[in-house]
Design a protein around this ligand. Sequence first.
Ligand code: SF4
Length: 384
Amino acid sequence: MTVSLPMCSVDFMDTTLSTEEQAIADRIEELKAQLGEDLLILGHHYQRDSIVMHADFLGDSFMLSQMAAESKAKYIVFCGVHFMAESADILTTDEQHVILPNLRAGCSMADMATLGEVEVAWKNILEQSGLKDPIDRPDPVALADEGDSYLVPVTYMNSSADLKDFVGRHGGIVCTSTNASGALQWAFDRAGVNGSVLFFPDQHLGRNTGSAMGIDVSLMPTWTPGIGAMGEVEGSRIILWHGFCSVHKRFTVEQIEAFRAREPEGIVVVHPECPKETVDVSDANGSTQYIRNFVQQQEPGARIAVGTEINMVARLAQEHPDKHIECLDEEICPCSTMYMIHPAYLMDVLERIVDGEVPNAIKVPESIQTGSLWALERMLSIKK
Ligand code: SF4
């Protein structure tokens, strides 16, 4: 079955399905046809092929949040993880329903920062650094006046809605791996030349992006709840939450060296959620969409090792049979939470929608919608 998708379209579908899987796939397509324009299925690049084949749009978290914000569909079925569906709910109207096929599909990185922990860190860092809280300004997102120094929060999209609300209210911004440098620059402009940014939950994205912007690692201490800062908070430029992605932290310098020993002409591209040492010795790094474009641009015959989630790497290999594409880590598994979206769950929620239910709806409480929306809209307004 070949499915054409708008914008980031792919034509790689020669997925071999068992009889039972084919029956589920056929039923999903029937249900999609019944729901017509009332339904939009969004799929993240890390989803398995048997989900992606049903997606109306395939993208990274930035593109999918844009797609949700622009959609008029009544039902948006989000084949991704919980924080993505929350952001989609915040960006859509009250009349639209965002549905996550499996409510257990979370993200271990997002779980590494809770609102309570961030509030404690925020208070401690303000005390230790002498920086001001933007929430106390008449306009929390005004550019910093000369001589003023603020602490500005920046949260990765991979965080819960209550953290996005905290960030929005304290004059901060959401970022994705696509626009992290733009979001950090936005925050620096509001922090002032002697101000700082609290970046959470992914230390690696923060450190890699800060480094690429010319910030020395000594000015980027790490903050661990219950322990505090590793390094000086006073005079810092970015304070990095201790979180990490359990998939991307597996990619190592040794794997790159082994690949290059085997493939002297080989090229290595990795995601910026990988540790800095890995990113530093790679040939290129960037978001999932960046990696897709990078692979596309390589010459036929290129031999490429990719450091990101295996479903996406396997799909890239299928899409580019004229290139040799392999995963940097031979033993890597799919992201276990992305993998919780199984076609049977997708079929089930579609059946129930057709029956008049709104199953597995993700509804962000009204009390945390406002700040979250501010923080997300600030992200959508900046250039990458
Ligand atoms: S790949 Fe990492 S950051 Fe992305 S959903 Fe999985 S655990 Fe979370």
